[in-house]
Design a binder for this molecule. Sequence first.
Ligand SMILES: Cc1cc2nc3c(=O)[nH]c(=O)nc-3n(C[C@H](O)[C@H](O)[C@H](O)COP(=O)(O)O)c2cc1C
Length: 426
Amino acid sequence: MAMATTFQPFLTRNFGEPLALDVRWCLERGAYEGARKALAMPPKAVIEEVKLSGLRGRGGAGFPCGMKWSFVPQDTGKPVYVVCNADESEPGTFKDRALIDRDPHQLLAGIIIACWAVQAHTAFIYIRGEMVHGHAVLEKAVADAERAGVLGDTVLGAAFPLRVLLMRGAGAYICGEETGLLTSLEGNRGYPRLKPPFPAVVGAFGCPTVVNNVETLGNLPHIMVNGARWHASMGTEKSPGAKVFSLSGHVKRPGNYEVPLGTPLMDLLDGPGGGVGGTGRLKAVIPGGSSAPILTAEDCKTAKLDYESIAQHGSMLGSGAVIVLDDSVCMVDAIWNLMRFYHHESGGQCTPCREGTGWVEKTVARIEHGRGRMRDLDVLLETCDNMQGKTICVLADAAAMPLRSYLKKFRAEFEAHITQGKCPFG
Ligand SMILES: Cc1cc2nc3c(=O)[nH]c(=O)nc-3n(C[C@H](O)[C@H](O)[C@H](O)COP(=O)(O)O)c2cc1C
């Protein structure tokens, strides 16, 4: 396993380099060499290489990228699409916008590789509406790439026409969920769809579609240039490679940090993060965006930043948004904040989510304001039971999972609010 000390960041290597926005500079520096190499290989060989690399999707679910591509049928007579998920709506996550703003050609190179692998001649980048700057950066990068012969009727000299189209979302969390995104891309309200069929088989406009996250795609040029084995040699056996973590909250140096998967959580926090901020005393960490169950300070001592270790600690790596909470934080107030978000962002299509997120938000608010009853705690857990696994997409689960974990790991704080009739944190 590569150690953090010898690790050379590659996804973020151009951060701080303004010339990375210049297609000529990127071409001279070899940003498109991975794409060139892929175009010289049979598409199936590209899929095999990505499978061998062990790259897992960085959008949240951690699904193996090459395997997803291999599900795309090539015999339907319909076009195949690649959709880049640049919605980045999970609270605490701010890595994709940085990868777009600072190195758009790395993303375009990744899109070319994905499109060649699944034989797609049209790619969409669905970018969150609020990312006005990122949209402008991408518009310029795509136009520059077309003028430079990187995209268009031929790609880097290969007889492979490819158009990259930009689509702006309207800032709805649900449109980050891949099927909600596809419905929105088609011009409709972003209601998610039942799976199966999965987008790889029935996706955008009823056609086979690969949906990949910005960071997932950004890894591809490096895998093609350096080889699958190079990628697989970093991180852990089941979670190979490196990941950009968005570190925020009570930490001295918040920011995006790229480290090998499997890095101890406390190494990220105490190393690049500079240590716990605020009171300086760690209370809890959200390890993978707001949907991820909470880790206590005790959990953090042994947790490593890979999919398996975080799962063993009862949570998930998700989008890699690490939110640090010091001991001044009221956990009831913290989860109320999150429940407000999920209630507001519920797509409203399924009753358990539309109603459930509202009920739990109101109940937690009552407890926070000192008007809770002990039996509310069981009612909250029962409501979670009725939300999880009962809806078309997993937004309801994304709300229920953290709530359940706060109730389990910080139950005494909920009880203190109820017995004291007020928030003990003032
Ligand atoms: C409610 C919800 C919101 C999501 N938001 C995002 C998002 O903003 N960006 C993203 O890449 N994936 C998001 N996802 C995950 C996507 O559905 C999908 O798994 C991902 O885009 C696939 O890409 P990957 O395999 O490259 O990770 C979200 C999922 C859910 C359930």
